[in-house]
Design a protein around this ligand. Structure first.
Ligand code: PMP
Ligand code: GLN
Length: 385
């Protein structure tokens, strides 16, 4: 029997490859995006409390009411609108699931979906598995802002959805009010859905504010907002996230979620519902990460790499094209094996694997680990041969 793959071009993700290489080589792992420090012990105690108190069976399919309610309140506080917790908020097993279920809810065979690239790797397979066709629009070179003229040109009668991501992985670009308005202008009354990946909603710098697509009165009616508690509270391994969307969209979304996972880990939902009661616990995240961003940027300035400090997410892009024309994957491998610092080559975020000689570092690490990595990066010239 010959298995005909539905995803013949998909390989093991670069995050898995680089993290394994980092472990095998004993390198500092600034590749895959995950925090190198623990979560708040109070949150961990809450999880222990709820597991021991017996909250260990299936949760309601859409998530426990307490977590949906507090998430709606948080949305009111940070984004100025109150989604209906019963009909418009769904708890899922990570933003990856939210994105997959949102795409599956609206994309049919032959539909086009606009993807701004470089793009996070889970969008394309979700579109393809649903018979959709990704239509790639490159972000502007340099700052990775959106070229709205190009987006406009990419829209056709077959466009069913657009995937957006702010703060952006891998570039850290944070959408402005103008960006959100431009999107609204383009998709209003078109029947195009917006699937908005906002997993880095609480990681923005220099007083920039994250503007959720759901906060826009026109866009709200056609948008799935996808979020992740893993990113916000340094617990990526918990795989718990959410989707906020209007009732009709959430209804379809829940039909899919019901048969992808049915429900999400119960005791962690109870713990998060209690933990979110104090807004300071998420409002303090930008300051926490700004210190790391600043420290990393200061150190990078002592190396030969070129960069503009990240404005959001826990990633920093750097360019090396002025030093070498080595393919970015080769440089990433040499950095890991010889300098003992792992990073992610950016070409993998492009459908055509375009190589602009840019690599990505994750700075969600302890200060001493970042300092040691920066020290090793001073030896960059020695591996560029
Ligand atoms: N979107 C982006 C842009 C991400 O960086 C990540 C994190 N890996 C995800 C989605 C997935 O989030 P989760 O781990 O909650 O599935
Ligand atoms: N979002 C993480 C990153 O960009 C990786 C998550 C994963 O490995 N799937 O590095």
């Amino acid at each position: 029997m010959t298995l005909i793959s539905k995803l013949p071009h998909i390989e093991t993700t670069i995050f898995t490859i680089m993290s394994k290489m980092a472990t095998d080589e004993g390198a500092i792992n600034l590749s895959q995006g995950f925090p190198g420090f623990g979560s708040d012990p109070i949150l961990l105690e809450m999880v222990a409390k709820y597991t021991q108190a017996g909250y260990n069976q299936y949760s309601p399919m859409s998530g426990i009411p307490a977590l949906r309610n507090i998430l709606a309140k948080k949305t009111q506080l940070t984004q100025g609108y109150f989604p209906n917790p019963d009909q418009e908020v769904t708890i899922v097993s990570g933003a990856t699931e939210a994105i997959f279920c949102a795409v599956t809810s609206v994309v049919r065979s032959g539909d086009e979906v606009i993807v701004l690239e470089p793009a996070y790797d889970s969008y394309e397979p979700a579109i393809t598995l649903n018979g959709g066709v990704p239509v790639y629009v490159p972000l502007n070179q340099g700052d990775f802002s959106v070229d709205w003229e190009r987006v406009k040109t990419a829209i056709t009668s077959k466009t069913r959805a657009i995937m957006v991501n702010s703060p952006h992985n891998p570039s850290g670009y944070v959408w402005s009010v103008e960006d959100v308005n431009q999107l609204a202008e383009l998709v209003e009354n078109t029947g195009i859905y917006v699937i908005s990946d906002e997993v880095y909603e609480h990681i923005t710098f220099d007083n920039r504010q994250h503007i959720s697509i759901g906060s826009h009165p026109i866009l709200r009616d056609q948008t799935f907002v996808c979020g992740s508690f893993g990113k916000t509270f340094h617990v990526t391994g918990w795989k718990i996230g959410y989707c906020i969307a209007p009732e009709v969209l959430s209804g379809e979304f829940r039909k899919v979620h019901q048969y992808v996972t049915f429900s999400t880990v119960t005791p962690i939902q109870y713990a998060l519902a209690e933990y979110l009661e104090e807004p300071e616990r998420y409002l303090s995240i930008p300051d926490f990460y700004q210190k790391k961003r600043d420290l990393f940027a200061e150190g990078l300035a002592q190396t030969e790499l070129e960069f503009v400090p990240s404005t959001g997410s826990f990633f920093q892009l750097v360019s090396y094209g002025h030093l070498s024309q080595l393919p970015d994957r080769v440089l990433a491998e040499r950095m890991t094996k010889e300098l003992k610092v792992a990073c992610i080559p950016i070409s993998v975020f492009y459908s055509d694997r375009r190589d602009d000689k840019i690599i990505r570092f994750c700075f969600a690490k302890e200060e001493r680990e970042l300092m040691e990595a920066l020290n090793r990066l001073k030896g960059l010239k020695s591996i560029i041969y």
